[in-house]
Design a protein around this ligand. Structure first.
Ligand code: NAD
Length: 401
């Protein structure tokens, strides 16, 4: 019988628990043999749902005591670099959820560790497994659209409650949303286009809504909102339509007592250093231009694409099940029906986890490399810099010649 692979998960918040733990524990070819989270309360809660994994709060200790075939890193972004380098220096295969790291320098440190270890190193660009995007890529590669000249993409994400109430909204933790969130979309551009080098980036972004002068309710005399939703007068009285109170066991007082991590800080008065909407434009060395808009002030979540080629334009939305291709010359429209898959992120998450496990077993799989992770972080970092300094940023400023 095939030996089960021993997998450890580092970071047992939303993604570690609800995506990776759930998907890995269902598999017959591997087991979750160890868990690590700086928050022991959360780690123990996940452990209780599994077959007696060892529980740690320190990655180095876990590595020194366990025989691991692979480590999944789902900590906040600022810790990806340290965790990945530690795992790779100890010759363990890793998958790091996106972004690879919050800076180009951090990505390079990870890449060096990969070169020295020779181990499997994957990045959690799950969108590459989304059936709509896989089909779009196939249409481009088959030449159906002709030579691609332009891509227009936007993301609407009902993510204010997630992003603006905790670490994601702080540049020091996430690198800023052009890196944290935009890295997915910049990777999509790179992947769909066959990895031309990006040349320059410009971005406009700002905070239009999640500020203390935009509470979505009338303030009562002398009653301040917050500091967290759980404690807030306006939440308790049903007046804040934006309140998000998470599971008490995972994120309540007992968990907070371990490390002080509050997941439901008032997003209108958090110490945010990122944007809630913006537009970034990338121009590639081969002349292709791509624009990415992202907006976190909306009640729905989907991405849309218009991909313009010399023969036809393809249009799709990730919450739909069709791709429409309009011919440039004869006006004909072809509609491709795409079967949706079960699983998180439009069926993309199971594909991501499957790739990692099969790669450890030595199978050839579709996987984003760390070099590709570096390029998407570089575009995100350039967008952050462009916004900050109000100028066009050349990628070579970040990557060198
Ligand atoms: N691929 C995707 O579609 C996708 C979607 C959401 C999030 N993500 C990524 O997944 C990662 C986790 O995001 P999340 O929303 O689950 O965060 P989260 O805040 O819900 O959970 C993070 C967990 O990591 C723990 N942690 C913090 N520092 C640690 C350390 N040094 N070592 C071990 N554990 C540590 C925290 O205690 C917490 O339990 C992020 O990198 C995020 O960018 C990817």
């Amino acid at each position: 019988m095939e030996k089960k692979l021993n997998i450890a998960i580092v970071g047992l918040g939303n993604r570690g628990k609800h995506c990776f733990t759930e998907l890995i524990k269902e598999r017959s070819d591997c087991r979750i043999s160890a868990l690590c989270d700086v928050n022991l309360h959360r780690a123990k809660q996940v452990a209780a749902t599994l077959d007696d994994p060892a529980v740690y709060t320190d990655l180095k200790e876990m590595i020194s005591k366990e025989q691991l075939d692979g480590i999944v890193i789902t900590t906040p972004d600022e810790f990806h670099e340290e965790c990945a380098v530690t795992a790779l220096e100890n010759n363990i295969n890793v998958i790091i959820d996106k972004p690879l790291a919050t800076t180009v320098a951090g990505c390079r440190n990870i890449i060096n560790a990969v070169k020295n270890s020779g181990k499997i190193a994957m990045i959690g660009f799950n969108m590459r497994h989304n059936p709509i995007l896989v089909k779009l890529k196939q249409l481009i590669d088959d030449g159906v659209l002709g030579r691609i000249i332009m891509i227009e993409n936007s993301e609407f994400y009902d993510g204010g409650r997630t992003y603006m109430a905790r670490w994601n909204g702080r540049k020091s933790s996430s690198g800023g949303l052009w890196i944290h969130k935009g890295c997915h979309d910049f990777d999509m551009f790179n992947w769909l286009l066959g990895f031309p080098m990006p040349r320059k980036v410009t971005a406009f972004s700002g905070m239009s809504v999640f500020t203390p002068d935009n509470y979505p309710f009338e303030l009562e005399d002398g009653i301040k909102p917050g500091p967290s939703c759980r404690e807030c007068h306006y939440y308790k009285n049903g007046k804040c339509p934006d309140a998000a109170v998470y599971d008490e066991n995972e994120w309540g007082k007992e968990a907070q007592a371990c490390d002080g991590y509050v997941k439901d800080s008032c997003m209108y008065q958090s110490d945010l250093s990122t944007h809630d909407n913006g537009i970034a434009i990338v121009e590639y060395e081969n002349g292709v231009r791509a624009s990415h808009s992202e907006c976190f002030v909306c009640g729905k979540s989907y991405r849309s694409y218009n991909i313009v080629g010399t023969k036809a334009v393809a249009s799709a939305r990730t919450d739909g099940s069709t791709i429409v291709v309009d011919d440039r010359f004869n006006g004909e429209r072809v509609t491709y029906e795409i079967s949706r898959k079960d699983g998180g992120h439009g069926g993309a998450d199971p594909g991501l986890v499957d790739s990692f496990i099969r790669a450890i077993k030595g199978e050839k799989v579709q996987a984003a490399t760390f070099e590709e992770g570096l390029i998407s972080t570089a575009i995100g970092q350039a967008a952050e810099l462009s916004k900050e300094q109000e100028r066009v940023v050349f990628i070579k400023e970040l990557l060198g010649e």
